[in-house]
Design a protein around this ligand. Structure first.
Ligand code: SF4
Length: 392
């Protein structure tokens, strides 16, 4: 399963994404609210350029509750992810989770994995109705993870909190960033994800914004081999796998299916098969209330302080355009997989300043395509890419 969010209803995930019963023209499958940018950590990849102190213009508790009431207008089961910064830098998180739960929302949380996530706090979150806890592990050992996170001790704190959450029966998700500095550690991290009893491993392919600009992304060919390896992990492990900002995982899955069946099939048989992407099944509200298609695509379509979130999602020009694959340019625009994939609009924007351009992380080149290519994209051999293996 691929896309961006947390999917509490499904311990073992669907490789083609969220159910097609969700009309992503009408509602996001995942709504992320960045409740604060305050955080004690200085992670190498931080999208938020997190700060030690809370911003004075953060949405207040009352404004946050108004936002949750708006979220419930999408659907009473709307999935809401409270993220940061470190959301636990705000003292009102249990109150907000309880409020959202009472509205029928599925409230989930992505804390930073600092000492703020102690057993008493986890108990409070559980009592408030938390549906899933998502922790970040960017290394399989203290040395790897703590270096990435910029703070000694965070590996132990994260693992201890994850184990405690598991003992309390709170479903666990593990988030991992893929970059040159983490990619070789992925097999050991996968072992750890399984040992922790996580229901879902969310694998984020770096988008170079915020402090993430300081990290080196993997090459398109390495990304391809990692995705093929992730497909195997999804089939073999006890947990589900999804990718973040790498929707071409769906193209890799379809090609693997066709290869296994020995029936390549016509490209026009691909259709539209689930999945979410920035602005299409996914929305992000910043700590000050600005509404973005994704936390990695810094183009605001409005503010919840001035407009209805539901209206911005359904009717803003930016969100509507991002849901129209015919607006895509370059090889993503020419690609028959664009309705199931469409590329990371965030990475296209980070690379070119145009969110409708091609995703430079994808090595696939559509047959007969002769237009411009992102610098790194190379001709793709459908018979099987000669990429360096990653555990397979
Ligand atoms: S070319 Fe674009 S739409 Fe096609 S598979 Fe690659 S990222 Fe997806």
């Amino acid at each position: 399963m691929f896309g961006y969010g947390l999917f509490p209803e499904s311990p073992k995930t669907n490789p083609m994404g969220p159910p097609n019963t969700v009309d992503t023209n009408e509602r996001p499958f995942v709504l992320i609210w960045e409740v604060t940018q305050a955080c004690d950590l200085e992670c190498e990849h931080c999208r938020a350029d997190a700060q030690p102190e809370r911003h004075p213009q953060e949405l207040s508790t009352a404004a946050g509750k108004a936002l949750l009431r708006e979220a419930a207008r999408f659907d009473e089961n709307q999935l809401v992810v409270l993220s940061g910064g470190d959301p636990l830098a705000r003292p009102d998180i249990p109150e907000l989770i309880e409020y959202g739960t009472d509205l029928g929302l599925r409230m989930t949380l992505t804390p930073s994995g600092t000492s703020s996530l102690d057993p008493a706090v986890i108990d409070d979150l559980d009592a408030a109705g938390l549906k899933r806890l998502a922790v970040s592990l960017d290394g399989s050992s203290p040395a790897n993870h703590d270096t990435f996170r910029g703070e000694p001790g965070t590996f132990e704190q994260t693992v201890t909190a994850a184990e405690y959450a598991g003992e309390q029966g709170i479903p666990l998700q593990v988030n991992t960033t893929v970059s040159q500095s983490t990619v070789d550690d992925l097999p050991a991290i996968a072992d750890l994800v399984e040992d922790l009893g996580a229901v879902l491993w969310s694998v984020f392919f770096l988008v170079p914004i915020g402090r993430g600009r300081l990290l080196e992304p993997v090459s398109p060919e390495r990304a391809e081999s990692v995705m093929e390896w992730l497909l195997d992990q999804a089939a073999e492990r006890s947990f589900g796998v999804k990718t973040t900002e790498a929707p071409h995982y769906r193209r890799v899955a379809i090609e693997a299916e066709r290869s296994a069946a020995g029936t390549p099939g016509p490209d026009d048989a691909i259709g539209r098969r689930g999945g979410v992407r920035a602005g299409d099944g996914f929305a992000f509200v910043s700590h000050t209330g600005a509404v973005y298609p994704s936390g990695f695509l810094p183009l605001a379509a409005g503010s919840v302080r001035e407009s209805s979130l539901v209206d911005i999602y359904r009717n803003s020009e930016l969100f509507q355009a991002l849901r129209d694959e015919d607006r895509f340019r370059g090889k993503c625009g020419a690609c028959s997989y664009r309705t199931v994939c469409g590329g990371s609009r965030s990475r296209a924007y980070a690379d070119t300043g145009d969110p409708f351009e091609s995703d430079p992380l994808c090595p696939y080149v559509p047959p007969d395509y002769e237009g411009d290519r992102p610098e790194q994209a190379v001709a793709y051999d459908r018979s099987g890419p000669a990429v360096d293996g990653h555990g397979n």
